[in-house]
Write a protein that binds this ligand. Structure first.
Ligand code: KG4
Ligand code: ZN
Length: 334
């Protein structure tokens, strides 16, 4: 493989159809077609509708990414595609398109783990970033602290014992009547409220668990409703957000102390959260660490991160065969 291969990244794991073109360290194009407006009326992503929309969007999105990058299909050296974790029907659209394209062009295909790609997004915004570092994973399906020991070596140190943080944000948002996706709505409203409600007592500082917190918020809302009292939604948002984020920030602090690693990055959709950014910066200052965040455009799902992850796999990991299938569940390091 040449020194600066031209890589096409493809991402269809949830409700964003995305394609990106990367040449070496340079991102030449990154097109994202979002289905958020379509799913909003249902209050969440409807898997069947997501798959159908990926089907109509995938080829135009790939063409647009190539066009914006000024690259012909025949100039591509490799393709990277998200094969898990995510919605199987949605993933299959990207995986099938990537297999067909790689086969017809006679170029290698790399099967990318979506969460590892979220972490790799940081290499785009912080090119000087080098393992080992700690990654605070905060997404819709995964949450925890991971140690990135090498470009292709990931090891989870702490994980949520139940729900993911993004899932909790979305469910709490729904319970207080905010539209999908709820994370950015809670972030926005929390700024106007006070974190004055104690939903749960946190006994173990380093444990990450969102199921009990989510239930506590819902019980709180029900109790007020039964008493005929209207909740102050901004305070509910600020209090929930503080508890949810503090759990992750405290785990990150514990991981820094235990590992002695002084570089942290944030990864996943919830890394766009303003309070999470504030808390991790504070942890970094307190413990003398460098803290990096992807830019907002690379926090939620995009194919640029998939292309970057694939670039690191070239020459280090076996390319995928045509037997590659989508996986709904995939852990970091799988
Ligand atoms: O990482 P991601 O794309 O999902 C998975 O890969 O699973 O993240 C999507 C999640 C959603 O739950 C969304 O509500 C949340 O990221 N999110 C946020 C913010 N922006 C997106 N959560 C809190 N604050 C935000 N500003
Ligand atoms: Zn994601």
């Amino acid at each position: 493989m040449k020194e600066n291969p031209i890589i096409l990244g493809i991402e269809t794991s949830c409700d964003e159809t995305s394609a990106a073109v990367l040449c070496g360290d340079k991102l030449l194009g990154n097109v994202i077609s979002s289905q958020i407006e379509i799913h909003r009326r249902f209050g969440g992503v409807v898997p069947e509708i997501a798959s159908r929309n990926h089907l109509t969007a995938i080829l135009p999105v790939i063409d647009e990414a190539l066009k914006s990058a000024g690259v012909q299909k025949t100039e591509l050296d490799a393709i990277g595609v998200t094969y898990g974790a995510g919605l199987v029907g949605a993933l299959l659209v990207g995986v099938s398109a990537a297999k067909a394209l790689a086969y017809s062009l006679g170029i290698p295909l790399y099967a990318v783990n979506h969460i590892e790609a979220h972490i790799a997004a940081n290499y785009i915004s912080t090119p000087e970033l080098k393992p080992p570092f700690l990654a605070v994973v905060a997404s819709g399906g995964h949450t925890g602290v991971c140690i990135v020991e090498g470009r292709n070596k990931f090891r989870m140190l702490t994980s949520t014992t139940d729900d993911a943080i993004g899932e909790a944000f979305d469910k709490v948002a729904r319970a207080v009547g905010l539209p999908y996706p709820g994370g950015p709505e809670i972030d926005r409203l929390a700024k106007t409220g006070a974190p004055c409600i104690t939903f749960i007592e946190r006994k173990h500082k380093t444990q990450i668990s969102y199921s009990g917190l989510k239930t506590a918020v819902i019980n709180y809302l029900h109790t007020l409703e039964q008493r005929g009292v209207r909740p102050v939604i901004a305070d509910v948002c600020a209090s929930f957000q503080k508890t949810a984020v503090d759990m992750l920030a405290d785990s990150a602090a514990a991981a820094i102390k235990k590992s002695g690693i002084k570089t942290i990055v944030a990864a996943g959709g919830v890394s766009a959260n303003s309070y999470l950014r504030e808390r991790l910066k504070a942890v970094g200052e307190e413990l003398g660490c460098n803290v990096y965040f992807p830019p907002m455009s690379l926090c939620t799902d995009n194919a640029a991160m998939v292309a970057v992850r694939a670039r690191d796999m070239i020459g280090e990991c076996d390319p995928a065969t045509l037997a590659l299938n989508a996986k709904s569940y995939l852990k970091i390091g799988d």
